[in-house]
Design a protein around this ligand. Structure first.
Ligand SMILES: Cc1cc2nc3c(=O)[nH]c(=O)nc-3n(C[C@H](O)[C@H](O)[C@H](O)COP(=O)(O)O)c2cc1C
Length: 184
């Protein structure tokens, strides 16, 4: 099955989270993942239409999606939404913020609502809250994968191990469910 990850990242942290999601997808036999940075310009609409699942990622800026991910969402209106081309695809989301809370729930809610408006099927996390920096789902989020980056550090060291594991877990979960839906 085809899994696409569409994300934005101003300073490289969400890009690391996106890479972790992709690594999780790759753990599932038969999963083909493409990572698409909206900042790269042209959106591969055909690939997205062919995808079984699309996973959205954004930094939390001002308590919501980055402007570039929002721009991408608005651009789907003509080529995708008018014909509900993404109907019944799986969707999921991830975000990183600077503060532990940082209002990042709102970012994931915005993604889930966007997916609902496209007739997509939202996949959250099935992980009980974990404790400690190495733990899966240390933020106790059900709606999607959250990360809190260490401010003032390079992207290579800014991400917390448990948050990257959680991102990978989400990617694997989406790929496994996409496989089940496809009867594989
Ligand atoms: C314009 C802007 C707005 C931000 N707003 C928030 C916010 O509302 N809450 C928060 O916790 N962090 C906020 N941050 C911090 C970023 O979420 C954090 O640095 C994140 O890791 C950036 O991800 P990126 O490297 O993928 O851009 C903001 C950063 C910027 C540049």
């Amino acid at each position: 099955m085809l899994i696409s990850i569409v994300y934005d990242s101003g300073y490289g942290r969400t890009a690391r989270q996106a890479a972790a999601v992709a690594e999780g997808v790759r753990q599932v036999p038969g999963a083909d993942v493409k990572v698409i940075a909206v900042a790269d310009g042209s959106i591969p609409w055909d690939r997205l239409e062919a995808s079984d699942a699309i996973i959205f990622g954004s930094p939390t800026y001002n308590g919501t999606l980055s402007a570039r991910l929002k721009q991408f969402m608005e651009e789907t209106t003509g080529p995708v939404w008018r014909e509900l081309k993404w109907r019944n695809k799986l969707a999921a989301g991830f975000t990183t913020s600077g503060a532990n809370n940082g209002d990042k729930l709102n970012t994931l809610v915005s993604m889930a609502l966007f997916a609902a408006q496209h007739g997509m099927i939202w996949v959250g996390l099935d992980l009980l809250p974990g404790e400690g920096d190495d733990a899966l789902n240390r933020h106790g989020s059900w709606i999607g994968a959250m990360a809190t980056s260490l401010q003032g550090e390079d992207p290579e060291t800014a991400m917390v191990a448990g948050d990257l594991k959680t991102a990978s877990y989400l990617g694997k979960r989406v790929a496994e469910l996409a496989g089940r839906l496809a009867g594989k």
